[in-house]
Design a binder for this molecule. Sequence first.
Ligand SMILES: NC(=O)c1ccc[n+]([C@@H]2O[C@H](COP(=O)([O-])OP(=O)(O)OC[C@H]3O[C@@H](n4cnc5c(N)ncnc54)[C@H](O)[C@@H]3O)[C@@H](O)[C@H]2O)c1
Length: 273
Amino acid sequence: MIVDGKTSVVTGGAGGIGKGFAEKLLARGGRVALLDRDPQRIDAAVEALQTGDDPLVGIVADVTDEASMRSARLAVESRWGSPDLLVNAAGLLIRGVPVVDFTPEAWRALFDVNLVGIANSVRAFLPGMLARGLPGHIVNVASLSGFLVVNRRIGGYSAAKFAVVGYSEALAAELEGTQVGLSILAPGLVSTDFYVTSAERTNGLNLPGRLVETPDDIRSAMKPAEVAEIALSGVERGQIYIMTHRGLGETLADRHTAVMRGLPEYNLPERSF
Ligand SMILES: NC(=O)c1ccc[n+]([C@@H]2O[C@H](COP(=O)([O-])OP(=O)(O)OC[C@H]3O[C@@H](n4cnc5c(N)ncnc54)[C@H](O)[C@@H]3O)[C@@H](O)[C@H]2O)c1
Protein backbone atom coordinates (compact mmCIF):
# COMPACT_ATOMS: atom_id res chain seq x y z
CA MET A 1 0.00 0.00 0.00
CA ILE A 2 1.27 3.47 -0.87
CA VAL A 3 1.20 5.48 2.36
CA ASP A 4 1.34 9.00 0.89
CA GLY A 5 -1.74 11.11 1.59
CA LYS A 6 -3.39 8.45 3.72
CA THR A 7 -5.20 8.62 7.08
CA SER A 8 -3.31 7.00 9.95
CA VAL A 9 -3.89 6.19 13.60
CA VAL A 10 -0.75 5.85 15.72
CA THR A 11 -0.99 4.49 19.29
CA GLY A 12 1.78 5.61 21.60
CA GLY A 13 1.90 8.44 19.08
CA ALA A 14 3.11 11.08 21.52
CA GLY A 15 6.33 9.12 22.11
CA GLY A 16 9.55 8.40 20.22
CA ILE A 17 8.79 5.83 17.52
CA GLY A 18 5.07 6.68 17.27
CA LYS A 19 5.93 10.34 16.96
CA GLY A 20 8.54 9.45 14.33
CA PHE A 21 5.77 7.76 12.31
CA ALA A 22 3.55 10.83 12.69
CA GLU A 23 6.34 13.10 11.45
CA LYS A 24 7.00 10.98 8.36
CA LEU A 25 3.31 10.45 7.57
CA LEU A 26 2.59 14.17 7.79
CA ALA A 27 5.58 14.86 5.55
CA ARG A 28 4.02 12.50 3.01
CA GLY A 29 0.81 14.54 2.99
CA GLY A 30 -1.15 12.28 5.33
CA ARG A 31 -3.62 12.88 8.15
CA VAL A 32 -2.60 11.53 11.54
CA ALA A 33 -4.46 10.81 14.78
CA LEU A 34 -2.02 10.46 17.67
CA LEU A 35 -3.44 8.26 20.44
CA ASP A 36 -1.62 8.24 23.74
CA ARG A 37 -2.44 7.80 27.41
CA ASP A 38 -0.41 10.85 28.42
CA PRO A 39 -2.20 14.18 27.67
CA GLN A 40 0.87 16.33 28.34
CA ARG A 41 3.01 14.33 25.94
CA ILE A 42 0.22 14.57 23.35
CA ASP A 43 0.11 18.36 23.68
CA ALA A 44 3.89 18.57 23.34
CA ALA A 45 3.92 16.24 20.32
CA VAL A 46 1.08 18.06 18.56
CA GLU A 47 2.78 21.39 19.18
CA ALA A 48 6.08 20.05 17.84
CA LEU A 49 4.58 18.46 14.73
CA GLN A 50 1.85 20.96 13.87
CA THR A 51 2.77 23.34 11.09
CA GLY A 52 -0.07 25.66 10.05
CA ASP A 53 -3.21 23.63 9.52
CA ASP A 54 -1.64 20.19 9.34
CA PRO A 55 -4.23 17.45 9.55
CA LEU A 56 -3.06 16.24 12.94
CA VAL A 57 -5.15 15.45 16.00
CA GLY A 58 -4.16 14.20 19.45
CA ILE A 59 -6.58 11.91 21.28
CA VAL A 60 -6.15 10.75 24.86
CA ALA A 61 -6.63 6.98 24.82
CA ASP A 62 -5.32 4.06 26.84
CA VAL A 63 -4.72 0.95 24.73
CA THR A 64 -5.30 -1.31 27.74
CA ASP A 65 -8.86 0.01 28.09
CA GLU A 66 -11.31 -1.28 25.48
CA ALA A 67 -13.88 1.47 26.17
CA SER A 68 -11.23 4.16 25.79
CA MET A 69 -10.17 2.68 22.43
CA ARG A 70 -13.80 2.54 21.30
CA SER A 71 -14.18 6.26 22.07
CA ALA A 72 -10.96 6.97 20.20
CA ARG A 73 -12.26 5.05 17.18
CA LEU A 74 -15.49 7.12 17.22
CA ALA A 75 -13.47 10.33 17.46
CA VAL A 76 -11.31 9.35 14.45
CA GLU A 77 -14.18 8.00 12.36
CA SER A 78 -16.40 11.03 12.91
CA ARG A 79 -13.56 13.25 11.71
CA TRP A 80 -12.00 11.28 8.85
CA GLY A 81 -13.67 7.87 8.59
CA SER A 82 -11.75 4.62 9.19
CA PRO A 83 -7.98 4.86 8.87
CA ASP A 84 -5.92 3.41 6.02
CA LEU A 85 -3.00 2.72 8.31
CA LEU A 86 -2.96 1.64 11.97
CA VAL A 87 0.40 1.80 13.76
CA ASN A 88 0.44 0.14 17.18
CA ALA A 89 3.46 1.62 18.94
CA ALA A 90 2.38 1.92 22.60
CA GLY A 91 4.63 -0.27 24.74
CA LEU A 92 6.05 -0.91 28.20
CA LEU A 93 9.43 -2.16 29.44
CA ILE A 94 10.56 -3.70 32.73
CA ARG A 95 14.34 -4.04 33.00
CA GLY A 96 16.75 -5.73 35.39
CA VAL A 97 14.32 -8.24 36.87
CA PRO A 98 15.00 -11.95 36.21
CA VAL A 99 11.88 -13.70 34.93
CA VAL A 100 11.82 -15.93 38.04
CA ASP A 101 11.30 -12.80 40.15
CA PHE A 102 8.40 -11.45 38.10
CA THR A 103 5.20 -11.12 40.12
CA PRO A 104 1.85 -11.90 38.48
CA GLU A 105 1.11 -8.17 38.65
CA ALA A 106 4.31 -7.38 36.73
CA TRP A 107 3.50 -9.97 34.04
CA ARG A 108 -0.01 -8.51 33.72
CA ALA A 109 1.34 -4.98 33.37
CA LEU A 110 3.77 -6.01 30.61
CA PHE A 111 1.32 -8.16 28.67
CA ASP A 112 -1.53 -5.69 29.17
CA VAL A 113 0.21 -2.87 27.33
CA ASN A 114 2.37 -4.78 24.85
CA LEU A 115 0.00 -7.58 23.81
CA VAL A 116 -3.57 -6.81 24.95
CA GLY A 117 -3.06 -3.15 24.00
CA ILE A 118 -2.35 -4.12 20.39
CA ALA A 119 -5.26 -6.57 20.34
CA ASN A 120 -7.63 -3.87 21.71
CA SER A 121 -6.46 -1.39 19.11
CA VAL A 122 -6.98 -3.94 16.32
CA ARG A 123 -10.45 -4.79 17.69
CA ALA A 124 -11.33 -1.11 17.66
CA PHE A 125 -10.09 -0.17 14.18
CA LEU A 126 -9.89 -3.29 12.00
CA PRO A 127 -13.64 -3.81 11.40
CA GLY A 128 -13.96 -0.32 9.90
CA MET A 129 -10.78 -0.77 7.84
CA LEU A 130 -12.13 -4.03 6.38
CA ALA A 131 -15.61 -2.64 5.76
CA ARG A 132 -14.27 0.13 3.48
CA GLY A 133 -13.17 -2.41 0.87
CA LEU A 134 -10.02 -0.36 0.26
CA PRO A 135 -6.36 -1.26 0.83
CA GLY A 136 -5.26 -0.82 4.43
CA HIS A 137 -2.34 -1.83 6.62
CA ILE A 138 -1.51 -2.54 10.25
CA VAL A 139 1.99 -2.10 11.71
CA ASN A 140 2.52 -3.82 15.05
CA VAL A 141 5.63 -2.54 16.79
CA ALA A 142 7.30 -5.56 18.36
CA SER A 143 11.08 -5.48 18.85
CA LEU A 144 14.19 -7.47 18.04
CA SER A 145 13.42 -8.75 21.55
CA GLY A 146 10.37 -10.43 20.01
CA PHE A 147 12.67 -12.75 18.06
CA LEU A 148 15.66 -13.06 20.40
CA VAL A 149 16.32 -12.83 24.12
CA VAL A 150 18.82 -10.06 23.44
CA ASN A 151 20.04 -9.86 27.04
CA ARG A 152 19.01 -11.30 30.36
CA ARG A 153 17.99 -7.94 31.79
CA ILE A 154 14.91 -7.76 29.59
CA GLY A 155 13.65 -11.37 29.64
CA GLY A 156 10.10 -10.50 30.69
CA TYR A 157 9.84 -7.80 28.02
CA SER A 158 11.15 -10.31 25.50
CA ALA A 159 8.42 -12.79 26.49
CA ALA A 160 5.78 -10.11 25.91
CA LYS A 161 7.26 -9.11 22.55
CA PHE A 162 7.47 -12.78 21.44
CA ALA A 163 3.73 -12.83 22.20
CA VAL A 164 3.26 -9.75 20.00
CA VAL A 165 5.04 -11.57 17.15
CA GLY A 166 2.89 -14.69 17.61
CA TYR A 167 -0.31 -12.64 17.76
CA SER A 168 0.71 -10.68 14.66
CA GLU A 169 1.59 -13.78 12.63
CA ALA A 170 -1.81 -15.28 13.56
CA LEU A 171 -3.58 -12.06 12.57
CA ALA A 172 -1.65 -11.86 9.28
CA ALA A 173 -2.87 -15.38 8.45
CA GLU A 174 -6.45 -14.38 9.29
CA LEU A 175 -6.17 -11.31 7.07
CA GLU A 176 -5.07 -13.28 4.01
CA GLY A 177 -7.48 -12.65 1.14
CA THR A 178 -8.55 -9.27 2.54
CA GLN A 179 -7.28 -5.85 1.49
CA VAL A 180 -5.67 -5.22 4.86
CA GLY A 181 -2.01 -6.19 5.20
CA LEU A 182 0.16 -6.48 8.29
CA SER A 183 3.77 -5.80 9.16
CA ILE A 184 5.73 -6.60 12.30
CA LEU A 185 8.27 -3.88 13.05
CA ALA A 186 11.23 -5.19 15.05
CA PRO A 187 13.73 -2.45 15.92
CA GLY A 188 16.89 -2.80 17.98
CA LEU A 189 17.87 0.09 20.26
CA VAL A 190 16.18 3.40 19.34
CA SER A 191 16.87 6.81 20.84
CA THR A 192 13.60 7.56 22.71
CA ASP A 193 12.31 8.24 26.23
CA PHE A 194 11.12 4.62 26.54
CA TYR A 195 13.30 3.89 29.55
CA VAL A 196 12.03 6.97 31.38
CA THR A 197 8.32 6.57 30.51
CA SER A 198 8.39 2.85 31.34
CA ALA A 199 10.24 3.38 34.62
CA GLU A 200 7.69 6.00 35.67
CA ARG A 201 4.81 3.65 34.99
CA THR A 202 6.28 0.60 36.72
CA ASN A 203 7.29 2.38 39.95
CA GLY A 204 4.35 0.94 41.84
CA LEU A 205 5.11 -2.68 41.01
CA ASN A 206 7.54 -3.32 43.89
CA LEU A 207 10.15 -5.23 41.89
CA PRO A 208 13.53 -5.26 43.69
CA GLY A 209 16.42 -4.96 41.25
CA ARG A 210 14.39 -3.14 38.61
CA LEU A 211 16.66 -0.89 36.57
CA VAL A 212 15.34 2.60 35.92
CA GLU A 213 18.27 4.43 34.37
CA THR A 214 18.53 5.01 30.62
CA PRO A 215 21.35 3.05 28.89
CA ASP A 216 24.41 5.14 27.98
CA ASP A 217 24.28 4.21 24.31
CA ILE A 218 20.71 5.51 23.82
CA ARG A 219 21.76 8.90 22.43
CA SER A 220 23.82 7.35 19.65
CA ALA A 221 21.11 4.81 18.83
CA MET A 222 18.93 4.94 15.71
CA LYS A 223 16.54 7.90 15.61
CA PRO A 224 12.75 7.33 15.64
CA ALA A 225 12.18 9.12 12.33
CA GLU A 226 14.72 6.81 10.67
CA VAL A 227 12.93 3.75 12.10
CA ALA A 228 9.63 5.14 10.78
CA GLU A 229 11.07 5.76 7.31
CA ILE A 230 12.40 2.19 7.09
CA ALA A 231 9.03 0.91 8.33
CA LEU A 232 6.99 2.89 5.80
CA SER A 233 9.20 1.62 2.97
CA GLY A 234 8.60 -1.91 4.31
CA VAL A 235 4.83 -1.30 4.36
CA GLU A 236 4.95 -0.12 0.74
CA ARG A 237 6.86 -3.27 -0.21
CA GLY A 238 4.30 -5.42 1.67
CA GLN A 239 6.94 -6.87 4.04
CA ILE A 240 5.58 -8.85 6.97
CA TYR A 241 8.87 -8.55 8.91
CA ILE A 242 10.53 -5.15 9.03
CA MET A 243 13.90 -5.37 10.77
CA THR A 244 15.75 -2.09 11.22
CA HIS A 245 19.08 -3.17 12.76
CA ARG A 246 21.50 -5.65 11.12
CA GLY A 247 23.74 -5.99 14.18
CA LEU A 248 22.26 -9.17 15.64
CA GLY A 249 21.50 -10.80 12.27
CA GLU A 250 23.92 -13.67 12.84
CA THR A 251 22.55 -14.34 16.34
CA LEU A 252 19.06 -14.44 14.83
CA ALA A 253 20.23 -16.91 12.18
CA ASP A 254 21.90 -19.03 14.90
CA ARG A 255 18.62 -19.14 16.83
CA HIS A 256 16.74 -20.42 13.81
CA THR A 257 19.48 -22.95 13.07
CA ALA A 258 19.21 -24.19 16.67
CA VAL A 259 15.45 -24.60 16.25
CA MET A 260 15.99 -26.57 13.03
CA ARG A 261 18.52 -28.74 14.83
CA GLY A 262 15.74 -29.67 17.23
CA LEU A 263 13.76 -31.33 14.47
CA PRO A 264 13.63 -35.15 14.82
CA GLU A 265 15.92 -37.07 12.46
CA TYR A 266 13.34 -39.79 11.92
CA ASN A 267 10.12 -39.33 9.92
CA LEU A 268 7.03 -39.01 12.04
CA PRO A 269 3.87 -40.71 10.82
CA GLU A 270 1.76 -38.45 8.60
CA ARG A 271 0.37 -35.69 10.85
CA SER A 272 -0.96 -32.22 10.24
CA PHE A 273 2.09 -30.79 12.06
N1 LIG B 1 13.18 2.51 22.18
C1 LIG B 1 13.65 1.32 21.82
O1 LIG B 1 14.87 1.03 21.92
C2 LIG B 1 12.71 0.29 21.26
C3 LIG B 1 13.26 -0.80 20.58
C4 LIG B 1 12.41 -1.77 20.05
C5 LIG B 1 11.05 -1.63 20.18
N2 LIG B 1 10.53 -0.57 20.86
C6 LIG B 1 9.07 -0.49 20.96
O2 LIG B 1 8.64 0.70 20.32
C7 LIG B 1 7.40 1.12 20.87
C8 LIG B 1 7.48 2.61 21.17
O3 LIG B 1 8.47 2.83 22.16
P1 LIG B 1 9.32 4.16 22.23
O4 LIG B 1 10.73 3.74 22.34
O5 LIG B 1 8.90 5.12 21.19
O6 LIG B 1 8.89 4.67 23.69
P2 LIG B 1 8.28 6.03 24.23
O7 LIG B 1 8.11 5.86 25.69
O8 LIG B 1 9.06 7.20 23.73
O9 LIG B 1 6.83 6.06 23.54
C9 LIG B 1 5.82 5.18 23.91
C10 LIG B 1 4.52 5.97 24.03
O10 LIG B 1 3.49 5.03 24.36
C11 LIG B 1 2.63 5.66 25.28
N3 LIG B 1 1.91 4.62 26.01
C12 LIG B 1 2.40 3.78 26.93
N4 LIG B 1 1.43 3.01 27.43
C13 LIG B 1 0.29 3.39 26.80
C14 LIG B 1 -1.05 2.97 26.90
N5 LIG B 1 -1.44 2.04 27.77
N6 LIG B 1 -1.98 3.54 26.08
C15 LIG B 1 -1.60 4.51 25.22
N7 LIG B 1 -0.33 4.97 25.11
C16 LIG B 1 0.59 4.41 25.89
C17 LIG B 1 3.55 6.48 26.19
O11 LIG B 1 2.84 7.51 26.86
C18 LIG B 1 4.55 7.00 25.17
O12 LIG B 1 4.19 8.29 24.67
C19 LIG B 1 7.17 0.23 22.10
O13 LIG B 1 6.23 -0.77 21.75
C20 LIG B 1 8.53 -0.39 22.35
O14 LIG B 1 8.40 -1.66 22.96
C21 LIG B 1 11.32 0.41 21.39
